[in-house]
Design a protein around this ligand. Sequence first.
Ligand code: ACO
Length: 317
Amino acid sequence: MPATSIGARGAIITGWGSALPPRVVTNADLMRTLDTSDEWIKERSGISERHVGGTTSELSVESGRQALRMAGLDPSEIDALVLSTTTPDRTVPATSATVQNALGLKCGAFDVNAACSGFVYALTVAHGLIAVGARKILVIGTDTLSRITDWNDRNTAVLFADGSGAVVLEAVDGPGQLLAWDIDADGSAEELLYCELGGTIHMEGKEVFRRAVRIMVDSGQKSLEAAGVSADEVALVVPHQANIRIIQAACERLGIPIERAATVLHYTGNTSSASIPLALVDALNAGRLKDGDNVLLVGFGAGMTAASAVLRWGGIR
Ligand code: ACO
């Protein structure tokens, strides 16, 4: 899908929240069962520890509740719930149905699966719903990758973990925050990164790394161009948190100083759908965004999907 700039009725983010399971698994913990080292994991991925536990619905309810509270909304006011996940609690119903009930929402609810790009896909879909009449939408990105990880495989076990992030989107009269978006997929690369039903993740790490940098840069540049925003004008880039070296390489090629990247992977690991909202919420809570700042969200994932969005921060109550 070519990057698209926005002309329709827009939306702003009015609330956000995040959730990490309490159990922390350090690199030293993994060294007890895997032939690996703290040094290797940190140097090759940037990860020091990760959070493991809970179900996708439990973590979603926690982050979603925080986002609703911050937006000052009663659950009955939400018009739709869009939940991005690759690790649903059940095949049927969608995990969003469980979350809808637990949060007391009275609205349509559905899951989106675009692997680690899923949160940006979900955010884009939510803006589409706003453009055709919805007023308040809860968008959540959650994954419990620990449930589909082979804990005896050192190639993947050191990377994946669990978490959730959520935002509330509210319609505004006018263009809103989203300046441009891009979604993409290349199904021909399916065999590089997949998980059979009931199985565990298989990944060709080196090739995924190579492609990840390329497609993040490509998608990010498309969105920036469609938004009319130069790399210099990006105040914060919120990349998918898979590997610090992927983030560094992508930032370098995009021409955005690494200091402007939001990173949480050192304490979260790769949480797939949750990684971009977790990093965004972390940056927001640290006061890293002010009105008028341009934000680039950019992710990649199995499929191989890529997605990016440019937001101009502001208008928050
Ligand atoms: N500890 C110690 N050694 C290890 C480990 C480990 N945990 N894992 C692999 N090694 C070894 C390898 O066996 C290899 O040894 P060899 O040279 O004797 O064969 C050596 O380290 C180098 O391995 P590489 O694969 O070349 O290491 P690389 O620098 O590429 O890093 C990594 C591997 C971290 C997996 C990297 O390739 C990567 O991050 N790839 C992208 C992963 C990613 O982004 N996944 C996205 C998933 S998105 C989603 O949808 C879930």
